[in-house]
Design a protein around this ligand. Structure first.
Ligand SMILES: Nc1ncnc2c1ncn2[C@@H]1O[C@H](COP(=O)(O)OP(=O)(O)O)[C@@H](O)[C@H]1O
Ligand SMILES: [Mg+2]
Length: 390
C-alpha cells in the first residue's frame, strides 16, 4: 500500500531550554525527569511513522502521551520543533499561508471530541459551511451536504438547531461536515469519547462502513484499547511522547513490543483481534473423496485421531469422515462419499476467534477453515481457541 503521510524524526518540545532537554533525552532521561530539570515538556520525542493510503490508523496512549499534539501536526494546528511530515513530497510544517489554506481546503479535515459545531447555524449549514468556503455555490453545497447527512443517518434533520441534538447526533454532524469536502485524510481526536457506550458502538460500526465506501484515510485518536483494536487497521501506541509500537491489532496482541504494551492491551478482548488465520493448524488427517475407507482408517490410526478431512477435486473441502464410519464403510464395502458427513462447521481465514467461538463449542469436530474457492486451509479445535485468548 502507498504511504499518504510520512513522519520523520518529529519532535515537539514545550518550554524555553529545548537544547538542554534534548541532551538529557539523548542520555536516556524520562519525560518527567527532563521536565523537573528543565521545565521543558517532551511532548513528542523522535516520532517516525508512515500512514498508509486508505487505512484507519489509530493513535492510542494515556492522557498526556502526545496524541493530540501529534494529530494536530498533520494539519499544522501545531508546528513541530523539528522533523518533517511529508504529504505528496511536501513538508506540511513548511507550507506557507496559501499552501496551508489549500491543503486544509482540499486534502485534510478534522473532527473534534467536543464536536466543534457552530451553535447559531442549523444542521445543514454546519455541514455545508466547508463546501461554501471551498467555493461551491450554496445550492451545490446543500445538495452535497444532504447526501452526506443521509450517509451518516441525519436524514430529515437539516433545519434542526445544533442545540436540540443529542451528543451522538452532534458527532454525526461533525463527521458529515468532515467528510463533505471529500478529504483524503480525516483527523479524528477522540470523537466518540463523549458518547454513551451504546451510541458509541453504533458510531464505531458506522465509521467502519463509511470508510469502506469512501476510502478516506483516517487518523483516529482514542484512549480506549477496545475501540483502537476494533477500528484500527493499524494501531500506534504512544507513551511519554514516544512511539512504542505500530502494528496491526493482531500482531500487537501476539507480539507486544514490551511489558508496557502487554499491560496496556491486557484488558482488550483478544478474541476480537485474533483471527482464524493466526491460530489454525494443518490437519494431519486428510483424505481424498476417491480414496478407500481403509486408507482413511489407516491415516486416522497413524495420527491417533478419530476423524479425517475429505477433499475433492482441486483440494475442495467435502466433509469429514469419522473413524467409526470408516470402519463401517470398509466392512460394508461402501465408498467414503457414502458415509461422508457434509454438515461440518466452516470458517474463513479472516473470521475472528470471537466470531467462531459459539460454533466451535457446538461442533463435534475441529472447524474446517476454507478460502474463497472452498480449498481447505486448516482446522481449528476448541483447544486452539482457548489457548489463543489466554
Ligand atoms: N500548549 C502546551 N504547552 C505546554 N505543554 C503542552 C501544551 N500542549 C500539550 N502540552 C503537554 O504535552 C504533552 C502531550 O499533550 P497532548 O498531546 O495533549 O496529550 P494527549 O492528547 O495524549 O492527552 C502533555 O505532557 C501536555 O501537558
Ligand atoms: Mg488529547
Amino acid at each position: 500500500m502507498d504511504n499518504i503521510l510520512e513522519v520523520k524524526n518529529l519532535y515537539k518540545l514545550y518550554g524555553a531550554n529545548k537544547s538542554a532537554a534534548l541532551k538529557l533525552s539523548k542520555q536516556g532521561m524520562t519525560k518527567d525527569e527532563i521536565y523537573r530539570k528543565t521545565k521543558v515538556t517532551m511532548a513528542l520525542n523522535n516520532i517516525n511513522l508512515d500512514v498508509k493510503k486508505g487505512e484507519i490508523l489509530v493513535i492510542i496512549g494515556l492522557s498526556g502521551s502526545g496524541k493530540s499534539t501529534l494529530l494536530r501536526m498533520f494539519n499544522k494546528l501545531n508546528v513541530p520543533s523539528s522533523g518533517k511530515i511529508i504529504f505528496q513530497d511536501k513538508d506540511i510544517a513548511r507550507l506557507n499561508k496559501n499552501g496551508l489554506r489549500d491543503f486544509r481546503k482540499n486534502n485534510i479535515a478534522m473532527v473534534f471530541q467536543n464536536f466543534g459545531l457552530m451553535d447559531h447555524k442549523n444542521v445543514l449549514k454546519n455541514i455545508s459551511y466547508g463546501l461554501e468556503i471551498k467555493g461551491l455555490n450554496s445550492k451545490l453545497a446543500e445538495e452535497k451536504s444532504l447526501a452526506m447527512m443521509k450517509m451518516v443517518g441525519l436524514d430529515g434533520l437539516e433545519n434542526e438547531s445544533i442545540n436540540s441534538l443529542s451528543g451522538g447526533m452532534k458527532q454525526r454532524v461533525g463527521i458529515a461536515r468532515g467528510l463533505a469536502t471529500d478529504p483524503e485524510i480525516l483527523l479524528m481526536d477522540e470523537p466518540f469519547s463523549a458518547l454513551d457506550p451504546l451510541v458509541r458502538r453504533d458510531m464505531q460500526f458506522e465509521l467502519i462502513s463509511l470508510q469502506e465506501n469512501l476510502e478516506t484515510t483516517i487518523i483516529f485518536i482514542t484512549h480506549d484499547i477496545d475501540e483502537a483494536f476494533k477500528l484500527g487497521d493499524r494501531v500506534a501506541i504512544l507513551k511519554d511522547g514516544e512511539l512504542i509500537q505500530l502494528d496491526t491489532p493482531a500482531n500487537i496482541s501476539k507480539n507486544p513490543a514490551n511489558e508496557y504494551v502487554e499491560d496496556f492491551i491486557g484488558n482488550a478482548d483478544k478474541s476480537k483481534v485474533i483471527t482464524v488465520r493466526d491460530i489454525m493448524i494443518r490437519p494431519n488427517s486428510v483424505v481424498r473423496l476417491k480414496d478407500s475407507p481403509i486408507h482413511a482408517l489407516n491415516i486416522m490410526k497413524e495420527n491417533a485421531v478419530s476423524s479425517a478431512y475429505v477433499l475433492g477435486p482441486k483440494l475442495k473441502f467435502q466433509g469429514v469422515i469419522t473413524l467409526d464410519d470408516a470402519l463401517k464403510a470398509s466392512r460394508l464395502n461402501l465408498s467414503i462419499e457414502e458415509v461422508l458427513i457434509k454438515d461440518v462447521a466452516l470458517a474463513d481465514l479472516d473470521s475472528t476467534v470471537h466470531e467462531i467461538m459459539d460454533m466451535s463449542v457446538e461442533s463435534p469436530y475441529p472447524i474446517a477453515v476454507i478460502d474463497k474457492s472452498k480449498e481447505l486451509k486448516g482446522i481449528v479445535s476448541k483447544v486452539h481457541i482457548l489457548t489463543s485468548i489466554k
